[in-house]
Design a protein. Structure first.
Length: 174
């Protein structure tokens, strides 16, 4: 058996620790898909259907000839009992790196949950247009109300009424 390289030991420590974070990666992917679905609902098509009851848009495969045919080779399995003290220290450093990634994943999941709540509460284009129209209507009504001239004051005396065929009677002001 050939000895492990330091890179293999670091990678093994990180990989073994990352396995505990897989559920966070899956949850984060689902949250991002739901946020994209709501963005599409709010900005493009408010009647977009749910796919299989989930808030996600359909995925379209890459066209032929796009590439991506190479696969990463998995790191060689490291036996911990075969490591020296320095090797175990490298393995631990790889695990620390993965734990820091785990903490960042938790933060990203919490942020994505808040963003999804905001996306679910967002109004559609039609709702925003109605809201803007109501604000503009209220603004126009206020401008109209403020721009009217004040009402003219009328005298308290009644207007003289002239009946056809009769002489006009002059009123005396005393």
């Amino acid at each position: 058996m050939r000895p492990y390289t330091p890179a293999e030991i670091l990678q093994a420590g990180a990989d073994d620790t990352r396995r505990a974070s897989v559920h966070l990666v899956v949850e984060l992917e689902g949250l991002h898909a739901a946020i994209c679905w709501h963005w599409h609902r709010v900005n493009i098509d408010e009647h977009v259907p749910l796919l299989d009851g989930e808030e996600r848009l359909p995925r379209h495969p890459a066209p032929a000839g796009f590439g991506g045919t190479t696969l990463a080779l998995p790191a060689r399995q490291v036996r911990l009992d075969a490591l020296t003290a320095a090797g175990r220290r490298l393995y631990e450093l790889g695990g620390r790196k993965a734990r820091a990634e785990h903490e960042r994943l938790i933060t990203r999941v919490l942020t994505a949950r808040r963003e999804l709540d905001v996306a679910r509460a967002a109004s559609t284009r039609a709702e925003r247009a109605a809201f803007v129209a109501a604000i503009l209507h209220a603004s126009t009504a206020t401008e109209h109300r403020n721009s009217r001239p004040p009402a003219a004051t009328l005298s308290s005396e009644a207007w003289p009424v002239r009946i056809p065929g009769q002489q006009r009677e002059e009123r005396s002001t005393s």
